[in-house]
Design a protein around this ligand. Structure first.
Ligand code: ADP
Ligand code: MG
Length: 316
């Protein structure tokens, strides 16, 4: 069924859950929000374009999930607590079935993290979804890219490479366990919160480990050494791909939305303890060193050459 813009907005409004700090949500010219005193506001935005950030065949509920997940992942990488988000939808037509299914995925994840949808915009155009997410952080406590120290150990949450492997399997007989990591990434919000005071620097892995760890190195003025043999892989990935291909997915494939973070060796035990209590694996993959750039060592401690660096929209 095709509806008008205002019917679509009314449909969205009817389904959102509110929070006590939303003074005025969807329905006016702008939202009114009451940030808690003594906290800093953390703001991030990310857009998903049809065919670029998700395969055209992706179920609308998965698109909804992912649109919010990639933003929650950025809040997680700062150590922030999610609070509010906006949703700007560009749709080829005002399709209520598509929008309802999209909201199923979007609002399911929103409920899990108690983040309220407080406004947005609805326009006609090529399918594209823009979300802005806002959260809170204790002043001076954010996990920044520019705070890695020489001697820090480098860690990642969860496992790497599944999403890139699923992308490589598109069109063929895909593995469902890999595909779900591409379609429904898990933002590591709890891990990010728990790492405050433990980790020095953090980034979420959206463009590939080497690319995103590269951002930490650049911003912190340090280098990194990682061991390819220590990169965590899911059972599904280990089963489906040989080492060389697997390493390239794990080190250079995007869309994992795990956290990569650095912490002093003296924090190792506490770090492992908090991640275990959350139920998310943390794996030590290398160390921060003097200099610049990343050296990835293979099983024989020789430099491993990536087949392809992380994803960059404007490079070819
Ligand atoms: P205006 O023309 O003043 O910008 P709109 O008609 O675009 O107002 O929006 C009306 C209300 O609906 C606003 O509160 C806006 O934030 C909200 N809104 C519009 N589109 C969306 C959407 N896709 N998701 C959530 N809220 C939306
Ligand atoms: Mg508007």
């Amino acid at each position: 069924m095709s509806l008008g813009e205002f019917d679509l907005i009314a449909r969205i409004r009817a389904r959102v859950q509110q929070r006590g700090d939303v003074v005025l949500g969807i329905g006016d010219d702008a939202a009114l929000l009451q940030p808690p005193s003594g906290r800093q506001l953390v703001v991030t935005a990310d857009t998903l374009n049809d065919g670029v950030h998700f395969p055209g065949e992706t179920a609308p509920a998965d698109v909804g999930w992912k649109a919010l997940a990639v933003n929650l992942s950025d809040l997680a990488a700062m150590g922030a607590e999610p609070a509010w988000c906006t949703l700007s939808l560009s749709l080829p037509e005002a399709d209520s079935a598509w929008t309802d299914a999209f909201l199923d995925g979007f609002l399911e994840l929103a409920r899990q993290h108690d983040i309220a949808l407080i406004g947005g915009d609805t326009t006609r155009g090529p399918l594209s979804i823009s979300v802005t997410a806002m959260g809170f952080i204790e002043p001076g406590r954010a996990l920044r890219r520019d705070a890695a120290q020489v001697g820090d150990e480098i860690w990642v949450s969860g496992t790497l490479g599944d999403a890139a492997a699923a992308l490589a399997q598109l069109g063929g007989h895909g593995d469902a366990a890999l595909r779900v990591r591409l379609d429904r990434p898990t933002p590591r919000v709890e891990v990010g919160r728990a790492l405050i005071g433990i980790a020095n620097a953090a980034v979420d892995i959206s463009d590939g480990l080497l690319a995103d760890l590269g951002h930490i190195c650049e911003r912190s003025g340090v280098g990194a050494e990682i061991e390819m043999t220590s990169l965590p892989a899911s059972p599904a990935l280990q089963q489906a791909f040989e080492t060389a291909q697997r390493w390239s997915f794990q080190a250079a494939g995007g869309d994992d939305y795990e956290l990569c973070f650095t912490a002093p060796p003296s924090h190792r035990d506490e770090l492992l303890r908090v991640c275990e209590s959350i139920g998310v694996a943390a794996t030590r993959i290398g160390r921060i060193v003097r200099g610049s750039g990343i050296v990835a060592l293979d099983a024989d401690s020789r430099a491993w050459q990536a087949l392809r660096q992380g994803f960059d929209h404007f490079s070819r």
